[in-house]
Design a protein around this ligand. Sequence first.
Ligand SMILES: Cc1cc2nc3c(=O)[nH]c(=O)nc-3n(C[C@H](O)[C@H](O)[C@H](O)COP(=O)(O)O)c2cc1C
Length: 225
Amino acid sequence: MSESMLFSDVVRKRHSMRNFFPYPVKEEILHSVLEDAQLSPSNCNTQPWQTHIVSGSKKEALSKALLAADEAGQVTPDFSFSIDDFSGIYRERYKEQGAAYYQAIGVKRDDYDLRREASRRNLEFFGAPHVALLFMPEVGDNVRVAGDIGMYAQTLLLSLTAHGLGGVPQTALGCYSDTIREELGIDPSLKLLFGISFGYPDMNHPANQYRIKKALINESVTFHR
Ligand SMILES: Cc1cc2nc3c(=O)[nH]c(=O)nc-3n(C[C@H](O)[C@H](O)[C@H](O)COP(=O)(O)O)c2cc1C
């Protein structure tokens, strides 16, 4: 098989995992994934990612703090995100994703209690043994740096897949940046874009079995010739 085929397989195999086995990833595998991610491109090679990996009892304590912050309504995002800002096709895709996920895990559209419970699984890292919290310095309007973090995140996600692991990016974690900084003793000058819970996914769990439809090339790309 050609190398490009192998790459294509990894890209197609990656999808967001939302249920994990609790056992941790071996140190050398974790390092291999992080070394891959370090090779990501960035504006002028600034490499602005500051990644905090949380595991074990620290991760359990962080989850408790996040659930308590959520209960108390202490939402402190460094960067705004409101789904209401999306309209048209982007909104339709968001709705389709939500409906597909809740259907997969057997939660009815109007069952708000179960939907809230499912949403709070974000704050339990979906049972993953590790979470990578992607922090960045504040630079200008932050758009370029955030783009670099996106590059890093995708390399990390693809490397996880190539190593037989899985992950899920989570803006939901970015909603509690003050709690996370306090729990981990992180300087307020570092801003949290999002987190990635990762580990060995339980592929028999319905949350990991559905695949969301992606748009065709002609919906996203315009050729000028
Ligand atoms: C930056 C970013 C933030 C995301 N935040 C969340 C989140 O908070 N919770 C969640 O369950 N999924 C989250 N997702 C996962 C998306 O729902 C998912 O990527 C999308 O539906 C496409 O599915 P796929 O990753 O399986 O291809 C996020 C994805 C990205 C790229």
